[in-house]
Design a protein around this ligand. Structure first.
Ligand code: NAD
Length: 363
């Protein structure tokens, strides 16, 4: 029995999470596994119901689970930056408390979706890389972090702090992945300007010597932003700090055609992980039943692989998604103008149906 805590969150979070659960239930039936799902309010809805974005009891339940499946949090209702309680606080607190410091964001371009990307199809052929974003340090957590009124006007400060071990452990996750892939690692920094990046590069150089079987390159974040669009095929594993990863992975989503297809896994030293699509709550389409659930479904596949050690089942879900796209199913974010689309639930149903047909080899 696998215990999975489900935190659907706000906006389209519950809509897409519902479909991922549908697919996990189908995996359970097909492969003979039992999943116990328990749902808790998280983010904006939790603020409305309980006055906090993450309840202590929910956190306790997460700690005892095999994995956490998350939707997304936030929305216009809770967007006031001066509000004392904000949905993102739940997200940051959850990551910190569960010590999930490595956020894996695979970027794979399905050939059928090349037309949904603003890039030319020949640039996209064979694109398959993974970004490892440091998740619990850097600019998002460093103190002091505050705004105040100084005699010459309002001021604000954020602090980017990294300790050597925080950098080394996330780079090690990257090297582990590179060894299972094409053995190339790009360490991304801004070492020409930032002290934290100079430390990052020094540690990356040390680790490169420890991993002679992996080709390591050190790249500046600005040039990487361009290279992701001009030569995306050349990347295998990229490792970077919290903010660089936040920004570059949204850019990378343009390669995949839509934010809606991008999954993520947040991992620490143990097996417990947090799995969520990289998109937000999409208030512009929430409640319409048109959100793309594939990012959430592919996050569930990552959950099977990384937290439950079920790689065959994970591959089957990924194969089912590829089949559905090859068969022409498109949610509105993926369809060329004027082409027919399916809604969120129909896309989930199509993946469940395809799962039943995945050839034995993929199982
Ligand atoms: P967003 O990812 O919610 O949406 C950006 C655009 O992509 C929108 O046009 C949206 O309709 C579209 N989109 C996103 N996911 C989609 C899907 N699955 N299917 C189809 N289209 C999809 O980003 P945003 O608009 O900048 O943020 C909206 C809210 O979400 C904000 O409150 C923000 O703070 C929050 N947010 C939360 C997370 C998270 O929970 N991890 C991440 C990012 C943003």
């Amino acid at each position: 029995m696998y215990r999975i805590v489900v935190l659907p969150g706000d906006g389209i979070g519950p809509e897409v999470t519902q479909e991922a659960l549908k697919v996990l239930r189908a995996v359970g039936e097909r492969f003979g596994h039992r999943f116990a799902f328990e749902e808790h309010p998280f983010g904006g809805i939790c603020i409305d119901q309980h006055g906090v974005a993450l309840q202590p009891e929910t956190l306790r339940r997460c700690r005892r689970a095999h994995a956490v499946l998350l939707g997304a949090v936030g929305g216009p209702k809770w967007d006031d930056p001066r509000a004392p309680v904000r949905p993102e606080q739940g997200l940051l607190a959850l990551r910190k408390a569960l010590r999930v410091y490595a956020n894996l964001r695979p970027v794979r371009v399905y050939p059928e979706l090349a037309s949904a990307s603003p890039l030319r199809p020949e640039l996209l052929e064979g694109v398959d890389f993974i970004v490892v974003r440091e998740l619990t340090g850097g600019l998002y957590f460093g103190k002091p972090k505050r705004q105040w009124d100084a005699p010459d006007g309002p001021r604000a400060v954020d602090t980017c702090l990294y300790r050597a071990h925080e950098i080394a452990r996330v780079l090690r996750v990257g090297y582990q992945l590179a060894r299972q892939r094409r053995r190339k690692l790009t360490s991304v920094d801004k070492a020409n300007v930032l002290a934290t990046s100079q430390l990052w590069r020094r540690i990356a150089q040390d680790l490169a010597r420890e991993h002679p079987d992996v080709q390591t390159e050190h790249a500046l974040v600005d040039s990487t932003a361009m290279a992701l669009l001009s030569r995306p095929r050349s990347f295998d594993v990229l490792v970077m700090d919290n903010m660089f990863g936040d920004i570059l992975t949204d850019e990378a989503a343009a390669l995949a055609g839509s934010l809606g297809v991008m999954p993520s896994a947040s991992l620490g030293d143990g097996k417990l992980g947090v799995y969520e699509p990289i998109h937000g709550t999409a208030p512009d389409i929430a409640g319409q039943g048109i959100a793309n659930p594939l990012g959430s479904i592919l996050s569930a596949a990552m959950l099977l692989r990384h937290s439950l050690d079920l790689p065959v089942e994970a591959a089957a879900v990924e194969a089912a998604v590829a089949r559905v796209l090859a068969a022409g199913y498109r949610t509105a974010d993926l369809a060329p103008p004027g082409q027919p689309t399916v809604g969120t639930a129909a896309m989930g149903d199509a993946v469940v149906a395809a799962l039943a047909e995945v050839p034995a080899a993929a199982r």
